[in-house]
Design a binder for this molecule. Structure first.
Ligand SMILES: CC(C)(COP(=O)(O)OP(=O)(O)OC[C@H]1O[C@@H](n2cnc3c(N)ncnc32)[C@H](O)[C@@H]1OP(=O)(O)O)[C@@H](O)C(=O)NCCC(=O)NCCS
Length: 246
């Protein structure tokens, strides 16, 4: 499984390359779909299928996973987790909250990203890095990878903090050979992002990525040991940069 190789051993994950028409989401889960069309229902069901399987692999009790705030999955209290789906690929990953405090995974088609989207999601430095890597290592779509890495960071960040994170509020850099990336979130942004017990997410998120066939997958996991226990200084959280999608 691609996803397992990107995550620490405390994380249980399920990955699927096919649809699961036999799987019926719990009533509480399907409630969020309302008038959604067939494609959306299918991807949602595939995601919930993997999520239930991942909980089982973790040894956690079976539970409904309805959509929560801003669409984030509402996991059992003792669990952190993340879901992703793109054409032909679905995955879910979960861990015990006492071991992992933030977890995000994302899959994208391994295709070029629209130039306009890249401009929207990447800062100047990131765009220069992507341009250079596309010349030096053209076998990887670094533009799409940057986007996916940021989606993974957001999926880890939002459930842990309850705060939106704009695309330009995190700066991503890759280690092309190691298959890793890091995302720096400025101190002023993360200062407002307290975890229960007064701990803070680290200033630097580390993640892993891999291209497998026509899909690229990224993952970020923050072990409890990396969350800072020093109380934050209480700095204000800057608003999302103008024009950012909220
Ligand atoms: C929410 C978002 C991250 C989803 O990513 P995506 O690539 O479009 O879609 P994916 O299939 O990979 O993931 C969708 C799943 O993410 C999960 N998700 C949705 N909103 C979420 C949130 N606020 N927090 C965490 N997970 C969320 C859900 O499980 C969803 O699947 P489901 O609705 O079937 O349960 C994206 O649409 C978004 O809004 N991004 C804006 C913010 C951002 O990325 N900032 C970058 C900061 S560096």
């Amino acid at each position: 499984m691609v996803i397992t190789g990107l995550l620490p051993p405390q994380v249980a994950a399920c990955e699927s390359l096919e649809d699961h028409p036999e799987f019926v989401p719990h009533q509480a889960e399907a409630a969020s779909l309302r008038s959604s069309a067939g494609g959306r229902r299918r991807e949602f069901a595939n995601g919930r299928y993997c999520a239930h399987r991942a909980l089982e692999l973790l040894g956690a009790p079976a539970a409904s996973i309805p959509a929560g705030e801003r669409g984030a999955p509402s996991w059992p209290r003792s669990v952190v987790g993340s879901i992703t789906h793109c054409r032909g690929y679905t995955a879910a990953a979960v861990a015990r909250r006492g071991e992992i405090v933030a977890l995000g995974i994302d899959a994208e088609p391994h295709l070029p990203l629209d130039a306009e989207v890249l401009e929207f999601v990447a800062g100047l430095e990131e765009r220069a890095l992507v341009a250079e890597l596309l010349v030096r290592r053209p076998e990887v779509r670094w533009d799409r990878l940057l986007f996916s890495a940021k989606e993974s960071v957001y999926k880890a960040w939002f459930p842990a903090t309850g705060l939106f994170l704009g695309f330009l509020q995190a700066c991503v850099r890759f280690d092309p050979s190691a298959g890793t990336f890091r995302a720096d979130v400025p101190d002023a942004v993360r200062a407002g992002a307290r975890l229960p017990g007064g701990t803070r997410l680290p200033v630097r998120f580390t993640g892993r990525w891999r291209v497998s066939g026509d899909v690229l997958v990224t993952a970020v996991a923050v072990p409890a040991t990396e969350a800072e226990t020093t109380p934050a200084a209480g700095l204000a959280v800057p608003a999302s940069p103008e024009g950012e999608r909220e």
